[in-house]
Design a protein around this ligand. Structure first.
Ligand code: AP5
Ligand code: MG
Length: 228
């Protein structure tokens, strides 16, 4: 199954994708995490992309598309992918559709998590990431057991530089400007499912799984009913 998660900065895409990729046994691909990994690895890609991310701007399609599609073509993606933060523009949608079609696949569901802006700001204000694997925490809503340390791998937690000030303002503005066309695209294809993202992490996850189970039943896929 190939699924897209759409949501504003702080909507919970990464949080939900991590949980769902375990439940569904499909690969989680986050475009933002791939860019941040390139910085940590001091990869060539970082030289071309860091300036956009630091400013909260979208990275040009040419760079983003090739990075994500090469992940989709890897063997770990053959069971399906859970895309978090990609696609964000219509050219990205088209490139994705074409790449999946080559393998006889198509996007099954596009799940949109709307969250009020005031809540997004509270979530981003306290968000923490781990250095080793970008596990996600929140100072109040999902605190680590030991302050400043990742529960899962023991690495140090940090705050993203683009989670405040002008870069954050740009990210929110770009999201609310670019996304209606994306939603229209998937709505027209009857693939869009809207799930209230302003609920607890567990309730959002249950609601997403419910939609996936319903879809599997409708399409008679070989995916068994998934429960928490
Ligand atoms: P990216 O890393 O994708 O950032 P984003 O889209 O702005 O989304 P976030 O990661 O900020 O939010 P999230 O929805 O994952 O929330 P999370 O689960 O962490 O992109 C970064 C940059 O990369 C972009 O600005 C751009 O420059 C570039 N880029 C990436 N993709 C691109 C593309 N396709 N094209 C061009 N450029 C691209 O949750 C947030 C916090 O809330 C956490 O602390 C979490 O613990 C907490 N939380 C989550 N859910 C809940 C809940 N239900 N209740 C309470 N707290 C919750
Ligand atoms: Mg994220």
């Amino acid at each position: 199954m190939d699924i897209i998660l759409i949501g504003a900065p702080g909507a919970g895409k990464g949080t939900q994708a991590t949980l769902l990729s375990q439940a569904l046994a499909i690969r989680h691909i986050s475009s933002g995490d791939l860019f941040r990994k390139a910085f940590d690895d001091k990869a060539e890609l970082a030289l071309q992309t860091q300036k956009y991310i630091d400013l909260g701007e979208l990275v040009p399609d040419a760079l983003t598309v090739s990075m994500v599609l090469s992940c989709i073509e890897e063997p770990q993606s053959t069971r399906g992918v859970l895309l978090d933060g990609y696609p964000r523009t219509l050219p990205q949608v088209q490139a994705l559709d074409t790449a999946l079609q080559v393998n006889g696949r198509e996007i099954d569901l596009a799940i949109y998590l709307p969250v009020p802006q005031g809540i997004l700001l509270k979530r981003l204000d306290g968000r923490l990431f781990c250095h080793a694997h970008q596990h996600i925490y929140h100072a109040r809503f999902k605190p680590p057991k030991v302050s400043g340390i990742c529960d899962l791998d023991g690495s140090q937690l940090y705050q993203r530089a683009d989670d405040k000030g002008e870069p954050l303002r740009r990210r929110l503005l770009i999201f609310f400007t670019e996304t209606p066309q994306l939603l229209d695209h998937y709505r027209a294809q009857k693939k869009l499912r809207e799930i209230d993202g302003n609920q607890s992490i567990e309730l959002v996850q249950k609601a997403i799984l419910h939609q996936i189970n319903e879809y599997s039943r409708e399409k008679n896929t070989d995916i068994k009913e998934i429960t928490l």
